[in-house]
Design a binder for this molecule. Structure first.
Ligand code: BES
Ligand code: ZN
Length: 498
């Protein structure tokens, strides 16, 4: 209110760069009250409300957030774009096709791994991360503190991943501000082109102003989301979990400034045709404002994946109560992925109108989340279950049933017989013989083996031989049995079907 009054009466002139904002009806009405000169350049029907494109001085953006929060008592999200074309495209409503989007099976078939991992997650570690992050005076996207906070997270994740050559941590630089996003990547072992993203925003904001030393601890919004993800990550690393799909943990820059960091990253992935098969956003996980524990937000998210998230909660966190709600257009980073056609979900701490009343102020502290992180721990567990269940999938379903084929035969000394092709999928391929006399075993990918060309051989001095290797892609496999002396044998071939 103060800010808006100041703007009008003092007739301030703002000289920030011109931005293009897309926003919903309700937020647009608020903007018009606060900044009457703001006028929609275009409007179009959206998912639940009409959407508008408004050119706006960057310096006026905080007024928009403040007005929406104050008057609507809700978040009225928006996307900030650099160009009119980007904004127009954002409200165009055309279905967004994603290159090579793979729909996961959403089966729950990694109970052993997930159940051994979940009890290891600890509230105290979540508390530590929240307290550490909220000890920066602010994490505003344009301040030195805001950049330092991103560097701190990069350092924390790098230390956690030390000793794992399959994990990298990078900083994603953005244009127009110094705060980076932070991306930790666990490369998938054999299905790495399929990517899972778990994200939270690392920035914070104070709607009464954002100087270098302004206070916006953002303990709940959204140190809690980063902390929940970090604890899931810690246990995944600690247990030596190696995913088949690639898993990325992302701390986004500049969410509070209009989803800037996540829009950049989602656009970058889309342009490179990255096959992101699932996105989970954790934004506010530690304030228990409602009777249910986890609220799955159903707007601007993917309903099939949301059903999967509910199934994960029912399977792995059966004591928890799950509710549903909506948060409107552009309310957090999941919306950036959703806008690019990627399936995203947002499990949230409370019903929409029962969320933490202290966010975006100097009072969003750990103390004002009740001095506990038990609530955020539920989301850490949900995130770990999500990462492992989706992360463990790949063609050939190694979790699935082996195909077993058996044969018997007799060979004279020097005689040989070939079998196959066996249509093998990703996983272990194994051939074994038993019997009388001396049989030797040769196995080869893609062609019939000879005694000098093979992928694997076993030529001991009996009929008991075994040969196994791992298939990293679907392929034909051939087996050759040779009588070194005369032999009567049984051959057993075990492999994952394609
Ligand atoms: N964490 C909030 C979103 C939120 C707040 C969801 C309350 C549900 C209840 C997020 O960081 C935020 O503040 N978003 C802005 C929009 C953004 C584009 C500036 C908002 O909702 O005003
Ligand atoms: Zn947030």
């Amino acid at each position: 209110m103060l800010l808006a009054a100041g703007l009008m009466s003092a007739g301030c002139t703002y000289a920030g760069p011109l931005k293009w904002v897309t926003l919903g009806d309700a937020a647009y009405a608020e903007l018009r009250k606060t900044v009457p000169q703001a006028t929609a350049k275009a409007s179009r029907a959206g998912q639940n409300e009409a959407l508008h494109v408004v050119p706006l001085d960057e310096d006026l953006l905080p007024l928009l957030s403040a007005a929406v929060h104050r008057d609507l008592k809700r978040c009225g999200g928006f996307f900030v774009h650099n160009t009119e074309g980007d904004a127009m495209q954002a409200i165009a409503g055309a279905p967004v096709a994603v290159a090579a989007l793979t729909r996961p099976s959403y089966t729950i078939d990694n109970q052993t791994t997930v159940n051994s991992l979940l009890p290891q997650l600890q509230e105290s570690n979540i508390t530590q991360t929240i307290v550490d992050m909220s000890s920066f005076a602010n994490r505003y996207y344009k301040t030195v503190n805001g950049s330092d906070a991103a560097n701190w997270l990069k350092q924390k994740w790098t230390t956690m991943a030390s000793g794992r050559s399959d994990i990298t941590v990078t900083q994603f630089a953005h244009t127009g501000y110094n705060q980076t996003s932070v991306i930790l990547t666990i490369s998938g072992t054999d299905n790495g082109s399929e990517v899972i993203v778990l994200g939270a925003h690392l920035d914070s904001i104070n709607l009464s102003g954002n100087g270098e030393t302004s206070h916006s601890p953002g303990a709940d919004d959204d140190a809690s989301g980063i902390a929940s993800l970090t604890e899931a990550l810690r246990v995944m690393i600690n247990t030596g979990y190696k995913p088949r799909r690639t898993i990325k943990f992302i701390g986004y820059a500049a969410e509070e400034a209009g989803l800037l960091g996540s829009q950049d990253i989602a656009a970058n992935f889309k342009n490179s045709a990255v096959n992101v098969v699932g996105v989970m956003q954790l934004d506010m996980t530690n304030y228990k404002g409602s009777v249910n524990d986890i609220y799955i937000y159903t707007d601007y998210t993917d309903s099939l994946q949301n059903d999967f998230v509910a199934k994960l909660a029912a399977t792995y966190l059966p004591a928890l109560k799950v509710g549903y709600d909506k948060c409107g257009y552009g309310c957090s980073d999941h919306a950036s992925w959703n806008a690019k056609g990627y399936p995203a979900s947002l499990p949230f701490e409370a019903a929409f109108n029962r969320d933490n009343p202290y966010i975006h102020t100097a009072n969003d502290t750990y103390a004002n989340s009740g001095n506990q992180a038990a609530h955020a721990l539920k989301f850490a567990r949900l995130a770990a279950a999500y990462a492992v269940e989706l992360g463990s999938d790949g063609p050939g379903t190694p979790g699935g049933t082996d195909k077993v084929e058996t044969f018997t035969g007799s060979l004279a000394a020097g005689q040989q017989k070939s079998y196959g092709p066996f249509k093998a999928g990703i996983g272990t391929f194994k051939a074994e013989t038993s019997g009388t006399g001396d049989a030797d075993l040769y196995v080869r990918k893609s062609a019939v083996p000879t005694t000098s060309t093979y992928t694997c051989k076993s030529d001991g001095s009996s009929a008991t031989e075994v040969c196994s290797f791992s298939m990293t892609a679907n392929g034909d496999v051939y087996v050759l049995v040779r009588g070194y002396t005369s032999t009567s044998y049984a051959l057993k071939v075990t492999y994952k079907p394609q």
